[in-house]
Design a protein around this ligand. Structure first.
Ligand code: GDP
Length: 139
């Protein structure tokens, strides 16, 4: 069932470069409502748990190290067709392949440090939102 919600993180490279404001502005201007938001930092253990689905991929260790290297902003976003529309707004995983005007094209440094996360399905959006936010925070 489509929930009209997705989950995002502004990743350590974008937070470190002071891109939080610019990225949130693009998110709001694209019509997403911020349901829940948190400025925090992942431990290695929690980054490993969040990305457990990628544990067989060759870059898993690098990804976990990177995602626990600095502060992040986690948020649940709401909009009709949220998952697909947000994937379009952020652009391709590799910023060199991302379309002009997308968040990754504008703000990402590399395929690893690619500025933002966006859920790839309604099911994962719910799992990822639950990872960061309690039921009370997901009003
Ligand atoms: P996404 O859904 O566009 O975020 O991409 P994936 O689900 O394929 O990968 C998850 C995350 O792993 C990406 O957002 C990147 O941060 C990281 N990643 C993907 N490919 C690579 C890679 O080749 N090298 C490294 N170091 N990280 C990668």
């Amino acid at each position: 069932m489509a929930t009209n919600r997705t989950f995002t993180m502004i990743k350590p490279d974008a937070v470190g470069n002071n891109y939080i404001g610019g990225i949130l502005k693009m998110i709001n201007e694209a019509g997403f409502r911020i349901v829940s938001m948190k400025y925090t930092r992942l431990s290695k253990e929690s980054a490993g748990e969040f990305y457990a689905v990628h544990s067989a991929r060759p870059f898993y260790g690098e990804l976990v190290d990177y995602m626990s290297s600095g502060s992040i902003v986690a948020a649940i976003l709401e909009k009709e067709n949220a998952v697909a529309d947000f994937r379009n707004l952020i652009g391709a995983t590799d910023p060199t392949k991302a379309e002009e005007g997308t968040i990754r094209k504008i703000y990402a440094k590399s395929i690893a440090a690619n500025a933002v996360h966006g859920s790839d399905s309604d099911e994962n959006a719910a799992i990822e939102g639950d990872f960061f936010f309690s039921k009370l925070e997901r009003f």
